[in-house]
Design a protein around this ligand. Structure first.
Ligand SMILES: Nc1ncnc2c1ncn2[C@@H]1O[C@H](COP(=O)(O)OP(=O)(O)OP(=O)(O)O)[C@@H](O)[C@H]1O
Length: 314
């Protein structure tokens, strides 16, 4: 009898990227702020761009937003050039700039109404304000809003046209922790409905909570990119414990870098599980208690700081 041939698995449909950046360069006069970055964001995905001040995040986003020309490479938003084919891209693009510069004389509702007038299918004004918790501030002039309220108005405008692509430059800077979580929920809701999001942030927790993938920039280049776990894995895990004076010392397992030999011992390793297993087996055999024993996988913060310090991860 012939075995039943296995059915070939149905290939997952290939969804084209909503944002495709290839070897992008951006200049400010003679200064090259973005030096050849390549990233992709698919529908239903959030990419967070991280990096210290001046790394080139805003300079890159401005090209995605169609506000500045590329000095090299290419940018495609929904398959089109956001600057040269602005009319095609603009209706589907929601943008939140670092500094929106809205006129202070208009009220919140007037601002949203005016903005809605430029869009083909805007949300109703009431819904847009309710989304960001500004319903009670509709008749307040923009100049009288608090910094956090103004940021939420910026976000309401970015979401007003139900965009398929959202570009958010530091969306939660200046927001209190509760408002920040509201923004995360809003962005997640849009992403669950299929939007693609590129954001920059200085809050690593925000990247951890929101982003499917993260790219860490330094001096105009992407130094490391991947999921949070992939980026953290570029850094060593830490094992630490105290050794009381006179206590027997454990042998140092292979693959360990000794950062401190005592009395607080700190080891770095890329093989946390076998190193920990070896240490615990030794302690059991020798009858030694290891006070304050801790084992920590590497964090996104460690990777961020390593990039900021000039390390080449990858
Ligand atoms: N208009 C400009 N003219 C000249 N240089 C500029 C201009 N705008 C930005 N730069 C420079 O380009 C580099 C990148 O700036 P950019 O604002 O893109 O960085 P960033 O990563 O967004 O920083 P931040 O986290 O501070 O917002 C910086 O060195 C900055 O001084």
């Amino acid at each position: 009898m012939h075995p039943t041939p296995a059915l070939a698995p149905t290939p997952a449909p290939v969804v084209p990227p909503a944002v495709e950046v290839t070897d992008l360069r951006r200049r400010h006069g003679s200064f090259e702020a973005v030096r050849g970055i390549s990233v992709e964001v698919r529908p239903g995905e959030v990419l967070a761009l991280l990096g210290v001040n001046g790394a080139g995040k805003t300079s890159a986003l401005e090209v995605l937003e169609g506000l500045a020309p590329a000095a090299g490479g290419s940018v495609r938003v929904l398959g089109a050039d956001p600057r040269r084919e602005r009319a095609a891209v603009r209706p589907h693009l929601g943008v939140l700039l670092q500094d929106s510069g809205l006129p202070g004389d208009l009220t919140v509702a007037e601002t949203v109404r005016t903005w809605a007038g430029t869009l083909t299918a805007p949300r109703p004004v009431g819904e847009a304000l309710a989304q960001v918790g500004l319903s009670g501030r509709a008749d307040v002039r923009v100049r009288s809003l608090s910094g956090g309220e103004r940021r939420r108005l910026d976000l309401a405008l970015a979401l007003l046209g139900r965009p398929r692509v959202l570009v958010l430059d530091e969306p939660t800077t200046g927001l209190d922790p509760e408002s920040r979580r509201t923004v995360w929920r809003l962005v997640r809701g849009l992403v669950d409905d299929g939007a693609a999001v590129v954001l920059t942030t200085h809050h690593l927790e925000e990247a951890e909570q929101l982003a499917d993938r993260i790219a860490i920039m330094r001096a105009g280049t992407v130094v490391v990119a991947g999921t949070r776990e992939e980026i953290a894995a570029s850094q060593p895990a830490t094992v630490s414990f105290r050794l009381d004076p006179g206590a027997p010392r454990p042998p140092v397992p292979a693959g360990v870098t000794v950062v401190s030999a005592g009395p607080r011992v700190e080891w770095h390793t890329h093989a946390l599980q076998p190193v920990l297993a070896e240490l615990l087996a030794w302690a059991a055999r020798a009858g030694v208690v290891l006070p304050g024993l801790q084992a920590r996988a590497a964090s996104l913060e460690q990777a961020f700081l390593a990039v900021a310090d000039g390390a080449d991860l990858g």
